[in-house]
Ligand binder design. Structure first.
Ligand SMILES: Nc1ncnc2c1ncn2[C@@H]1O[C@H](COP(=O)(O)OP(=O)(O)OP(=O)(O)O)[C@@H](O)[C@H]1O
Ligand SMILES: [Mg+2]
Length: 249
């Protein structure tokens, strides 16, 4: 039994390192922590290692170092239990969604966990409504737009009521209104969130703590103001101060 201290740490990453088979190191000595209820945004240029980090946090890739979720160390033995508390929405929804219809995809996790069918159907309806996807139950996933697929991928994770949600590029491919709704929805979720993104405006709107990765190393971490108002730091890693931050006051 894991005791969760209110206000304690949701996630601790200590000296995490990873290389793909026969490849160079992709993540080097990464350490950071995420408090319960906190939103941490991971920024960094293409190839920095953001998606790899997301996959390592779930134990999908076996990393060196330690990943500790609500006090429990991630290992082959604990991965299953930890993944019931930690959900990942993949960068590319095609890597995550593999069943034909929306309702099959959303029911897959709950059925695996033995939920009663009526409860699953009610929950599917509720979650689709929350994401403005009413009536999508019978739609074929292969016929959905990228933005719709992204929302279904989020729904498939949220339906399992994770305590920590990891979102890899959640706003990429969304139109203005969908992005706005999506951010509003994310903001309303009382969860611990880790968001890997290139969307600096999203980082400004949602991030409480910001981490910058570059070439697999954690090069900066701190409060949203400390990182996102630091023009020279951002420019050194191929970014700029977000427009919303520039418009502040
Ligand atoms: N399956 C793989 N096999 C070998 N190398 C990989 C694999 N996936 C990613 N890489 C390499 O690992 C490095 C980090 O990639 P990753 O996808 O984690 O970066 P990222 O920060 O998410 O980039 P992006 O912003 O483009 O999504 C890159 O150099 C990439 O080429
Ligand atoms: Mg990525």
């Amino acid at each position: 039994m894991v005791v969760v201290r209110p206000g304690g740490l949701a996630l601790e990453v200590k000296n995490l390192g990873f290389s793909y088979p026969h490849g160079p190191p992709v993540l080097v000595d990464i350490s950071f922590s995420v408090a319960q209820g906190e939103t941490v945004v991971v920024l960094g240029p293409n190839g920095a290692g953001k998606s790899t980090l997301c996959l390592c946090l779930l134990g999908i890739f076996p990393a060196r170092g330690e990943v500790i979720v609500f006090g429990q160390q991630l290992s082959r033995k604990t991965a299953r239990q930890i993944r019931s508390r930690l959900g990942l929405v993949f960068q590319d929804p095609n890597d995550q969604l593999f069943l034909p219809q929306v309702k099959d995809e959303l029911a897959f996790g709950p059925l695996n966990q033995g939920w009663p069918r009526e409860e699953i159907d009610l929950k599917i309806k509720e979650i689709l409504t929350r994401l403005n996807l009413q009536g999508y139950e019978d739609k074929l996933i292969s016929r959905l737009s990228v933005g719709e697929k992204k929302k279904v991928a989020l729904a498939a994770v949220l339906i399992l009521e994770p305590e920590i949600i990891i979102l890899d590029e959640p706003t990429a491919g969304l139109d203005y209104q969908s992005r706005k709704n999506f951010i509003h929805h994310l903001n309303s979720l009382p969860l611990t969130k880790i968001i890997a993104t290139h969307d600096l405006e999203l980082a400004w709107e949602l991030g409480e703590k910001i981490i910058i990765l570059n070439e697999g190393r954690l090069v900066a971490s701190g409060s949203r103001e400390k990182i996102l108002l630091n023009k020279s730091l951002l420019q050194a890693h191929g970014m700029n101060v977000p427009l919303l931050a520039r418009l502040k006051d």
